[in-house]
Design a protein around this ligand. Structure first.
Ligand code: ATP
Length: 285
C-alpha cells in the first residue's frame, strides 16, 4: 500500500477508552503502538466514524498521506495507519499538553512571555519548513497546534478536505462550499480564495494574538461580517494586555493588506529568534 511500513499490523496497537478529541466525522483516543524495535509508544489515534461517505474516507486518508511527506520536529509525526480494515485510523505522536488554545486557557498564570515567544518560534520554524516544501496550510490557528510534555509546539491538522465541523462557530462556507475560519483568514483568501504562504502568514499573526492573549477568542463575539468590514476599513486586533511592543509590531506586519508586504516564515522565524536572544526587548514595563 501507499503507506508501506506505516500500515499497522493487528495486535501491535491498543486503543484506550480515553477520548481526547471528537469531530463530526472522526474521534481521537489515546492509544499505544508497539514499534518494530519492540518499543511501546503512546499515540493519538484518530478513527473515522462508521457510516460516513466515500468522499470522507479518501479525505481522511489524505491527511495521513500529507503527514507522511513531512519530517520536521515542529510538524506532528505520523506513527502508523490502518487502511485495510474498519475503522480507518491515523496514529500520530502523543502530545501530552493537548491543543495550544486549551493549553493557554488552562495555564493563564503559568506561562511566561518568554515561553509564549518560544512557542511562536516553534510554529514559525514548522511553517518555514512547510513554506520550503510549497505547502499552504490554510487553517493555521491555536486550535490546530499541539503542545508536548516539554511545552514545545507542533503543527497539526492537515486534512486536505478541510472537514470543519458544521457546528464550529468559526466556520463559514465560501463560494465553493468549502468552509474557512473567517477570523483567521486573510482578506484576499476570503474574497478571492487566494490562499498563499502570505495568507498563512496572516493566520500566523492571529495565532500570535491568541498566544499573547492566553487563548482569548480573536475579535471576541463579533460576527464574521463585522470582522470583514473592520478589516476592510483598515482596523486590526488591538495589542493584548502585557504583550511586548516588539511582538505586536510583528503581528501588524503579518496583517499588512497586501500579501506581498507581509514577511515570510523564514523572516518571522529570524525575528522571533532575535527577540529570544535579547529578552530585555520582551519586557513590558
Ligand atoms: P478534523 O479537524 O480533521 O475534523 P478532529 O477535529 O476530529 O478532525 P483534530 O482536530 O486533529 O481532530 O483533533 C481533535 C483534538 O484531539 C485536538 O484538539 C486535540 O485536543 C486532540 N489531539 C489530536 N491529535 C493529538 C495528538 N497527537 N496528541 C494529543 N492530542 C491530540
Amino acid at each position: 500500500g501507499a503507506f508501506g511500513k506505516l500500515e499497522v499490523k493487528p495486535g501491535t496497537f491498543h486503543v484506550t477508552e480515553e477520548k481526547i478529541g471528537e469531530g463530526e466525522f472522526s474521534s481521537v483516543h489515546k492509544g499505544y503502538l508497539t514499534t518494530d524495535s519492540g518499543m511501546r509508544i503512546p499515540v493519538a489515534v484518530k478513527s473515522l466514524k462508521s457510516g460516513v461517505g466515500m468522499r470522507y474516507k479518501s479525505d481522511f486518508l489524505d491527511e495521513g498521506q500529507v503527514l507522511n511527506g513531512f519530517d520536521h520536529p515542529q510538524i506532528i509525526a505520523l506513527k502508523g495507519v490502518v487502511t485495510r480494515s474498519m475503522p480507518l485510523m491515523i496514529m500520530t505522536e502523543y502530545m501530552e499538553n493537548g491543543s495550544l488554545d486549551n493549553f493557554l486557557r488552562n495555564n493563564r498564570n503559568g506561562i511566561s512571555v518568554l515561553e509564549m515567544v518560544n512557542i511562536l518560534y516553534d510554529v514559525a520554524s514548522g511553517m518555514a519548513y512547510l513554506q520550503d516544501k510549497g505547502f499552504i496550510h490554510r487553517d493555521l490557528a491555536a486550535r490546530n497546534i499541539l503542545i508536548d510534555a516539554t511545552r514545545h509546539a507542533k503543527i497539526a491538522d492537515f486534512g486536505l478536505g478541510r472537514i470543519v465541523e458544521a457546528n464550529d462557530p468559526n466556520a463559514t462556507y465560501n463560494a465553493l462550499g468549502g468552509k474557512i475560519a473567517i477570523k483567521w483568514t486573510a482578506p484576499e483568501a476570503i474574497s478571492a480564495k487566494a490562499f498563499s504562504h502570505g495568507s498563512d502568514v496572516w493566520s500566523f499573526g492571529v495565532l500570535m494574538w491568541e498566544v499573547m492573549s492566553y487563548g482569548e477568542a480573536p475579535y471576541w463575539d463579533m460576527t464574521n461580517d463585522a470582522v470583514i468590514r473592520n478589516i476592510t476599513n483598515g482596523q486590526r486586533l488591538p495589542q493584548p494586555y502585557g504583550c511586548p511592543d516588539a511582538i505586536y509590531e510583528i503581528m501588524r506586519d503579518c496583517w499588512k493588506h497586501k500579501q506581498e508586504d507581509r514577511p515570510g516564515f523564514k523572516q518571522l522565524k529570524k525575528m522571533l529568534f532575535d527577540l529570544l536572544q535579547k529578552p530585555e526587548l520582551l519586557s513590558t514595563a
